[in-house]
Design a binder for this molecule. Structure first.
Ligand SMILES: Cc1cc2nc3c(=O)[nH]c(=O)nc-3n(C[C@H](O)[C@H](O)[C@H](O)COP(=O)(O)OP(=O)(O)OC[C@H]3O[C@@H](n4cnc5c(N)ncnc54)[C@H](O)[C@@H]3O)c2cc1C
Length: 320
């Protein structure tokens, strides 16, 4: 540690959490040791983060990233945990939680036909949709029912019904160990559940979106219609991360899983949902190991049945 680096990671970091140098660095945000991550994800499985850090502003995020760089500390960002599977042993590093404390929305400029909004990454999609609807700003209705944060939705290029968030993004405000930068949409590449143009060490701190004025009644009606469609096709009241696998080109993961006869397939407490085969659910008491074993079985059996190897859409945290 003579050069200021801590260098602990994985199990070593979990053990070291009591002496983590971050706690004596006078960082003004909230810090917790050995914080359970399961309640912070929609699948509700997985172990603790050695350290959970909750910045209350972009300035705090910036100083945090500089400190983590100085200590050589592994880290991952967590939004609403709605696309994340956390390992049973947890994550041996710092999880940076971006929640409503970093969730401000502001109107930047507009010319009557187009309005630019700046939305901090920790804002939930639900809060953003409510804000936009109240002010008669349309263009995001397709996101209704997706339980993520704005930052997570940008990373995932979240979307539904043939539309995706990337098409509304004008720029991203990024924070890395070296400071802040703003990247215009022209330098980013959004594709199916993927964003390129952000360095691996950078965190999305805010998203600049372009929305168009639309009658409030129209926005509400569209959102109601899309929510009904969603409810008719997806399981309700279950613990999931939404669609578990990406759709392969020209087909649907759910169709392939169903065709392989895997609806209702179970490993421990993890199960392929009967209502929608691309939902792998925690049916009560599932572990991350159950979900991973189920994921592998589904991949193998779909490949054996239809020759297609499914790729997970869900991100993994804390696995080797
Ligand atoms: C019931 C249900 C329905 C769903 N339906 C849909 C759907 O229709 N369409 C769809 O696209 N998705 C859907 N999802 C998946 C999920 O909600 C989206 O992918 C969502 O955008 C993820 O946001 P999050 O904040 O939860 O991200 P998280 O799960 O917290 O994180 C996802 C990944 O992004 C990284 N990340 C998060 N925030 C940042 C940031 N600010 N900077 C850098 N990296 C970051 C994380 O490290 C992780 O790798 C659904 C999920 C559920 C549970």
């Amino acid at each position: 540690m003579s050069d200021g680096r801590c260098g602990k990671a994985g199990a070593e970091c979990q053990d070291f959490a009591e002496r983590c140098p971050l706690f004596s660095a006078n960082w003004p945000g909230e810090l917790r040791r050995k914080e359970p991550l399961a309640p912070l994800t929609t699948l509700r499985v997985g172990g603790p983060a050695a350290v959970l850090a909750r910045p209350g502003s972009i300035a705090e995020l910036e100083t945090l990233l500089a400190l983590l760089e100085k200590y050589g500390c592994p880290r991952r960002v967590l939004g609403r945990g709605s696309n994340l599977l956390v390992a049973d042993r947890g994550y041996g590093g710092v999880v940076i939680l971006l929640d409503r404390r970093l969730g401000r929305i502001s109107r930047l400029e507009g010319d009557g036909a187009k309005w630019l909004l700046r939305v901090e990454a920790g804002c939930s999609l639900a809060a953003l949709l409510g804000w936009a609807q109240e002010r008669g700003l349309g263009g995001l209705e397709f996101l209704v029912g997706i339980p993520g944060s704005v930052g997570g939705a940008a990373v995932m290029n979240a979307g539904a019904w043939g539309e995706a968030l990337g098409a509304r993004v004008q720029a991203l405000e990024l924070v890395g160990p070296g400071g802040r930068r703003t990247v215009a949409a022209a330098e980013l590449r959004f594709s199916y559940r993927r964003l390129e143009g952000v360095d691996p060490g950078e965190v999305i701190a805010a998203v600049i979106l372009a929305l168009a004025p639309r009658p409030i009644a129209e926005i509400r009606a569209r959102m109601r219609q899309l929510l009904q469609k969603r409810r008719a096709s997806q399981p309700r009241g279950v613990l999931s991360a939404g669609s578990f696998f990406k759709n392969p080109p020209g087909d649907y993961a759910g169709r392939l899983i169903e065709a392989a006869g895997l609806k209702g397939l179970r490993v421990g407490g993890a199960m392929v949902a009967r209502e929608h085969a691309n939902f792998l659910i925690n049916d009560g008491g599932a572990t991350a190991a159950d979900l991973v074993a189920l994921m592998e079985q589904v991949r193998e059996r779909v490949a054996a049945h239809g020759g297609v190897r499914l790729e997970p859409e869900v991100h993994l945290l804390g696995f080797a």
